[in-house]
Design a protein around this ligand. Structure first.
Ligand SMILES: [Zn+2]
Ligand SMILES: [Zn+2]
Length: 286
């Protein structure tokens, strides 16, 4: 049975469950600890912490920041971030603005392609949280322009597709720096998305470790067992903590189940403990 899940989205970004609902679901599934890691925001953390206290479930405050590395875009997880830190809020606010500027441009491109869709419809699909491409995909599906969310991304929204709009991102070293300044633990999310050869990945991660990267998300639904082994070895070699999570988004992206990563692997509590040990070591050395 799964015990932890350290990668979860809520309505504060592009998930479909509120932070409190996520905590309740995790409790129902008998998880012992979860981390809330919304895209570029910590707005859902407070509610999750409060609900966690109410139902006696350990909630780790977190964030998932989109950034650029020399190999392409990367996602950086930050665990135990102090959400009220000025610099974190400031940086995330900047990303929020960039996102707000991006979405109307996606609408323009879709309209130009003959898709009859308004920004208001996309906002309505977001349920009041952050608006992102999954919500565009949902509207495209609802209106019958595509037959699946995957098709919406392929035909319109994915990088390289005709309605794709590049977004402003931080350099990954800045993102690491922000997480560290907010007293958090920076962890490289789902390394398979970097599409690197093993040697290239090792060089990149070693460089990032020098900048303060503390961990690698080795357990992830889309990682093959070979990749999981590869990332675990890399983490061990560089002395980095190994984390894992389902990247749960609620019902929008149904592939993920709380606490379960590829092939039904359940995440043990040990993973959260290692993260906490890293946090304590950081406190001692600061
Ligand atoms: Zn991600
Ligand atoms: Zn994620």
């Amino acid at each position: 049975m799964a015990e932890v899940d350290l990668h979860i989205h809520t309505t504060a970004s592009d998930g479909t469950l509120t932070p409190a609902q996520v905590v309740q679901l995790a409790k129902k599934r008998r998880l012992k600890a979860i981390a809330i890691t919304d895209h570029d925001t910590v707005d859902g953390v407070k509610e999750a912490l409060e609900e966690g206290q109410r139902v006696s479930l350990e909630v780790i405050p977190g964030v998932e920041i989109s950034a650029n590395a020399r190999t392409g875009s990367v996602h950086l997880l930050g665990y135990f971030v102090e959400t009220e830190r000025g610099i974190l809020k400031e940086k995330l606010e900047r990303l929020k603005q960039a996102r707000a500027e991006r979405n109307p441009r996606i609408v323009d491109k879709l309209n130009y392609l003959g898709v009859n869709l308004t920004y208001e419809e996309v906002v309505a699909a977001s349920g009041g949280g952050q608006v992102g491409r999954p919500h565009f995909a949902q509207v495209l599906l609802d209106k019958g322009y595509v037959r699946s969310l995957d098709e919406a991304f392929h035909r319109y929204l994915a990088q390289g597709a005709p309605a794709y709009v590049d977004k402003f991102r931080f350099d990954v070293r800045d993102a690491i720096d922000v997480v560290l300044k907010a007293k958090g633990i920076p962890v490289l999310a789902h390394p398979f998305t970097l599409n690197c050869m093993p040697e290239e990945l090792e060089t990149l991660v070693a460089d990032l470790a020098k900048e303060g990267l503390k961990g690698i998300e080795t357990f992830y639904p889309d990682h093959t067992s070979e990749q999981t082994v590869q990332y675990q070895r890399l983490a061990d070699k560089l002395g980095l903590v190994k984390t894992g999570g389902s990247d749960f988004h609620g019902k929008l992206l149904e592939k993920a189940e709380l606490g379960i990563v590829g092939n039904g692997i359940c995440l043990p509590y040990k993973i959260a403990e290692e993260l906490m040990r890293t946090k304590h070591e950081m406190i001692q050395h600061s």
